[in-house]
Each structure stands twice: as structure tokens, then as C-alpha cells.
Design a protein around this ligand. Structure first.
Ligand SMILES: NC(=O)c1ccc[n+]([C@@H]2O[C@H](COP(=O)([O-])OP(=O)(O)OC[C@H]3O[C@@H](n4cnc5c(N)ncnc54)[C@H](OP(=O)(O)O)[C@@H]3O)[C@@H](O)[C@H]2O)c1
Length: 297
């Protein structure tokens, strides 16, 4: 016989709490790891040929998803698709420039033709073609950066969001940046685009919660990829960044995967409209100050 659970409450409240606690024990019996499984789900990941997108695509496949992969260069995608196939999951490499709406439409159609639906969308493909003063940026820099980082995220989310609404739910994960929270030095247009991604996340989450579509973002700090090579291969910038980061180092692409899987799975079932900052403590670091205190210099 089930032992009586004492809630410390009387009467009706006591019974309600008892039932609640029994239900809770039921939930506790199913493994927490099951809530991280995305077995049988279909994911679409942009910018999946290298860097953060590749790491996330491989991570989602390892957690059980079939994955549609996109970037502009098909041979690079085919290599990632092969890695996924070796895990026993299906992969669909589709070449697309997500700055262009007809290519977004084709990407979504190809994915649905292959897999029937889309459960998880990861908007990851991003660019920052120029560094410098805002005085020097031209119209093309604005159009290319906003065109991919914000317009691309918006219209792909819109296309996939309609499917998710009709399929009774889904998860969208937007890769933002810490530069969207406070401006990256010399990265003005990029920072504006990433601030837009954070607001896009909140707007979509608010409107689409009623359809069981959750929308969240990840804001990484400096991650060692080709995209950021100009920064981390510069010894002065690297040292400065590491010194102002609580963990004292840059991130590897694989360190973004855990948060992506959390957001893609039932483990985050009550979370929407949020941005997870993954910056090794860059945002709040007092590391340099602490070392000054401890050495007395
Ligand atoms: N690395 C960092 O330090 C860092 C920090 C914060 C946020 N982020 C964000 O993380 C995301 C991924 O960056 P990453 O560092 O992994 O970059 P990455 O290594 O340069 O990879 C970028 C990916 O996007 C694809 N891509 C670029 N332009 C595209 C387009 N127009 N259409 C479709 N795909 C396109 C690239 O493939 P193709 O060239 O073949 O198209 C590649 O697969 C970006 O949104 C970036 O802003 C990065």
C-alpha cells in the first residue's frame, strides 16, 4: 500500500497536496534523461556545415533527431550528413542562401517532402562581413548583415512556424550573441542584428505560445570558429577576452550543444521567449580585478 504523504495541510487542501505529491512521484519515476531525448523528431539547422551549426546538428542527431542541414556549399554539408548517417539517423543536406526568400521556400519544401514535418528549427547561419567604425559601414554591409542575421531568421521562422502551428507545436532556437546584449567593439551592425534576434525571439514566443511553439535564443560569447578567427587568432584580442572572462578561456563549438538540446527538448517545456547567455562569465567578469587583489599589484 502507498504510504500516506504528509503535506502539513488539513482537509481538502491536504488531499489536493497529497494527490499532487503522488503525481510528482510518478513524474520522478520517468528518467530526467528521457526529457532530454528528441528521438524521432525532425530538426532543421542552418549554417550546419561548420562551427556552431555543425556541432548542434551532430548533437541533435546524437540525441535522436533526423536533421535537415543547410548552408550555401553542398559538399561541406554532405560531409556532415555522412557523419549523421553513421550515427544511424537520417540527414538531408540542402544548399540554400537563407538571405533569399525563394531559397527559404525551397529549403522548407525539401525538408517537408523528405521528413513530413519539422519539430525543431535552429536559426544559426550568421555573418559579420565588416569590422570598424559605424562611420565607415556602407549600405551593402548593412544589407548583407541584417539580410542574413535578422531577415533570414524572421522569414525562415515564419515559414516553419506556420507548419508548427498546423502540427500543434515545435521549438525554434535562435543563435544570437552576447553582442546583442552589449555592443561588440567594431561590430556595430552585427550587434544591432543580434539585438534584433533577441527581440524576434520574444515577439515570436509571445505570439506563438498559443500554438505550443516555443521560441528561445542562445547568446554565445567568443567561440573558436572560422567566423570569429580574426578575433581569436589575434593574440592581443584573445588575451584581453580571456582576461575578462570568468572561466579564463574561449568556448569550443561543442560547448553550445547542451543548451541547444535543452531548448529543443521537453527538458525546457516551460521556457519560452528567453535568451541563454553562454559566455563563460564574460558578461559579469571581475577576473582581472580579482587577480589584482590576490597578487596585490
Ligand atoms: N563564433 C563566435 O564567436 C560566435 C559568437 C556569438 C554568436 N555567434 C553566432 O553563431 C552563429 C554561427 O557562427 P559560427 O561561428 O559557427 O560561424 P561559421 O563557423 O562561420 O559558420 C557559419 C555557417 O553559416 C553558413 N552560412 C553563411 N552565410 C550563409 C548564408 N547566406 N546562407 C546559408 N548559410 C550561410 C556557413 O556555410 P556557407 O559559407 O557554406 O554558406 C556556415 O555553415 C552565427 O549566427 C554567429 O553570429 C558566433
Amino acid at each position: 500500500m502507498e504510504p500516506e504523504v504528509s503535506s502539513g495541510l488539513e482537509g481538502g487542501c491536504h488531499l489536493a497536496m497529497n494527490d499532487y505529491l503522488k503525481g510528482d512521484k510518478m513524474a520522478a519515476r520517468s528518467s530526467v534523461l528521457d526529457r532530454f531525448s528528441i528521438s524521432g523528431k525532425v530538426a532543421l539547422v542552418t549554417g550546419a556545415s561548420r562551427g556552431i551549426g555543425r556541432a548542434i546538428a551532430l548533437g541533435l542527431a546524437e540525441a535522436g533527431a533526423d536533421v535537415a542541414l543547410t548552408s550555401r556549399k553542398l559538399p561541406d554539408l554532405e560531409a556532415v550528413a555522412q557523419e549523421i548517417s553513421q550515427m544511424g539517423r537520417k540527414a538531408l543536406p540542402v544548399s540554400a542562401n537563407v538571405r533569399h526568400l525563394p531559397e527559404i521556400d525551397n529549403l522548407v519544401k525539401r525538408t517537408v517532402d523528405e521528413f513530413g514535418h519539422i519539430d525543431i528549427l535552429v536559426n544559426n547561419a550568421g555573418t559579420n562581413p565588416v569590422f570598424g567604425s559605424v562611420f565607415d559601414f556602407d549600405e551593402r554591409a548593412w544589407d548583407v548583415t541584417l539580410g542574413l542575421n535578422l531577415r533570414g531568421y524572421f522569414f525562415l521562422s515564419q515559414a516553419v512556424g506556420k507548419l508548427m502551428r498546423d502540427e500543434a507545436g515545435g521549438n525554434i532556437i535562435n543563435i544570437a550573441s552576447e553582442d546583442g546584449i552589449r555592443p561588440g567593439i567594431g561590430a556595430g551592425i552585427y550587434s544591432i542584428s543580434k539585438a534584433g534576434v533577441i527581440m524576434l525571439t520574444e515577439v515570436l514566443a509571445q505570439e506563438w505560445g498559443q500554438y505550443n511553439v516555443r521560441v528561445n535564443a542562445i547568446a554565445p560569447g567568443l567561440v573558436r570558429t572560422r567566423f570569429s578567427e580574426a578575433l581569436w587568432s589575434n593574440p592581443a584580442i584573445r588575451e584581453r577576452t580571456e582576461d575578462s572572462t570568468a572561466l579564463g578561456r574561449l568556448a569550443e563549438p561543442e560547448e553550445i550543444v547542451g543548451a541547444a538540446l535543452f531548448l529543443a527538448s521537453e527538458a525546457s517545456s516551460y521556457m519560452t521567449g528567453q535568451t541563454i547567455v553562454l559566455d563563460g562569465g564574460h558578461f559579469c567578469s571581475v577576473r582581472t580585478l580579482l587577480s589584482t587583489i590576490s597578487t596585490g599589484k
